[in-house]
Design a protein around this ligand. Structure first.
Ligand code: SF4
Length: 284
């Protein structure tokens, strides 16, 4: 199936987000999905535009709120494959409350964070992923805060799928997204996605020099949470690959007692116009 549409992305030439768009399209096709069986929900930021750049259902939500929308969609229609996507500012600053609770809830949503370690859309301010000492217009003397460690935090929150990749490694990125889609539970995929316009520190070359592929680590066991945490800490969070996966835990929607198998979207809800209007009036 072709997940490309005819919308031309307005990202800057060379932006890492192009590869993530391509990887989602390839992974969805490889996983055997149909365009009408996939929904992509995004937040606000350069990365937020991605929901309009894939031939599937798209929902461009508000800042930091892609996950509440994505979880609602999944609960209403379990047949839908739901991907949420957004930047590190969107997911790890304003949206962090949602991120942590979606992780521990283990609802079957694939969350792709396009991590460029800066705010790009607003022209280059320090983000939660910027390193200490990082100089931008918002921190001209260098950031005095530590960078967030999202994958360690996800493991501590009980994540069942934690992965990381790099825009330049399309093969790995596509394979990871496909595995994330197939995972029955919440999958967090952090993707190093360079902002070539505003981040002159964390460039493609910088990532190539600093990334540690877990295939280079002998006897790495991705079902071992302690090993995952240890290796992440040893590499300063620069590990790429499927870092941790627990295939045994049930997803949230499979555990909700009394919730109809098919979800609300598939139920034959009979309601008269008067009843509908009364219901709407209650929320006015
Ligand atoms: Fe990409 Fe940065 Fe341009 Fe935004 S500002 S489109 S993140 S390169």
């Amino acid at each position: 199936k072709d997940f490309r549409n005819n919308v031309k992305p307005n990202w800057c030439p060379g932006c890492g987000d192009f590869s993530i768009q391509a990887a989602i399209q390839r992974a969805a096709a490889s996983a055997g999905l149909e365009p009408e069986g996939l929904a992509i929900v995004s937040g606000i930021g350069c990365s937020g535009r991605i929901s309009g750049y894939v031939n599937a259902y798209g929902f461009h939500g508000v800042h930091g709120r892609s996950l509440p929308i994505a979880q609602g969609l999944k609960m209403a229609n379990r047949e839908l494959t739901v991907i949420a996507a957004g930047g590190d500012g969107d997911g790890f600053a304003i949206g962090m409350g949602h991120t942590v609770h979606a992780i521990r809830r283990n609802i079957d949503v694939t969350y792709i964070v396009m991590d460029n370690q800066i705010y790009g859309l607003t022209k280059g301010q320090t983000s939660p992923r910027s390193a200490e000492g990082f100089k931008t217009k918002s921190t001209p003397q260098g950031s005095i805060e530590s960078a967030l460690a999202p994958l360690e935090l996800a493991l501590a929150a009980g994540a069942t799928f934690v992965a990381q990749s790099f825009s330049s490694n399309l093969k790995q990125l596509t394979a990871i997204i496909e595995e994330g889609i197939k995972h029955k539970g919440f999958s967090l995929i952090n993707v190093f996605s360079p902002c070539v316009t505003f981040n002159k520190i964390n460039t493609y070359d910088w990532f190539k020099e600093n990334i540690v592929d877990l295939e280079e680590i002998p006897d790495y066991d991705s079902s071992n949470r302690v090993m995952a945490m240890t290796k992440l800490m040893e590499t300063g969070g620069m590990l790429t690959g499927i870092i941790y996966q627990d295939k045994t835990k049930k997803s949230y929607e499979d555990m909700v007692v009394g919730f109809k198998e098919e979800g609300l979207a598939k139920q034959n809800v009979k309601i008269t116009e008067d009843e509908f209007n009364k219901l709407v009036a209650e929320f006015k």
